[in-house]
Design a binder for this molecule. Structure first.
Ligand SMILES: [Ca+2]
Length: 212
């Protein structure tokens, strides 16, 4: 029995050694440069209608007095701008600005996010997205902001359904020409008569050549 066992071991070893090393396919690492899904369980994500002061984001009012807010529907957190039920002015403009994002250790970067509109039935009740390379973290209007061409929910966008659900995918917004520190600014427009809601969620920057 012992010999048979030894032979079996030797045979197995030879068989094993005789096999070519299996080719190990290294799956490309998927570094996400930046991701924000507005986790409602985070300590600094407040309940409905709180002002935006979450996770390094900047809230800035350019016109009027109404800010972006943190929202929570069915445990899904997102940001919303709306003058509904509030003393909106002739012009309300507010920014939600990401923390500083560094693009030096990545390539082929794209930005993707989801947006939605609720009762925003006028094309002037809208949201735009910008990028800045010279924002100092404080002085929003002193920075240079370049508008990015993304697919955003709006009254003239067929994917921007009016029920507030964030079904509009921005598509791949190319950021590959940028390097160094950047900020993204989500700029919303409303007024006392433009009282619809603009919403966004799931902000991601990643290398589009790597699998997600
Ligand atoms: Ca979310």
């Amino acid at each position: 029995m012992k010999n048979i066992f030894k032979i079996a071991i030797v045979a197995f070893s030879i068989t094993f050694i005789g096999c070519e090393e299996p080719e190990t396919e290294v799956i490309a690492f998927k570094p996400v440069v930046y991701k924000e899904v507005f986790n409602t369980s985070a300590n600094d994500f407040q309940e409905e209608d709180a002002y935006l002061n979450y996770n390094g984001w900047t809230s800035f009012v350019e016109a009027g007095s109404i800010e972006w807010t943190e929202q929570d529907d069915d445990d899904n957190g997102y940001l919303q701008f709306s003058t509904f039920g509030l003393p909106g002015g002739a012009s309300n403009i507010a920014w939600a600005i990401t923390p500083k994002i560094n693009l030096d250790n990545s390539a082929n970067e794209i930005l993707n996010f989801k947006s939605g509109r609720g009762f925003a039935n006028n094309v002037n009740n809208k949201m735009e997205v910008y990028i800045s390379t010279d924002f100092d973290g404080t002085n929003v209007l002193a920075a240079t902001w370049t508008m990015l061409n993304g697919n955003i929910a709006s009254a003239n966008n067929a994917t921007g359904v009016g029920n507030g659900v964030m079904t509009t995918d921005s598509g791949d917004i190319d950021l590959s020409s940028y390097s160094g520190d950047v900020y993204l600014g989500f700029k919303a427009y409303g007024s006392s008569s433009l009282t619809g809601a603009m919403r966004f969620d799931e902000v991601k920057i990643y290398d589009k050549t790597l699998k997600q």
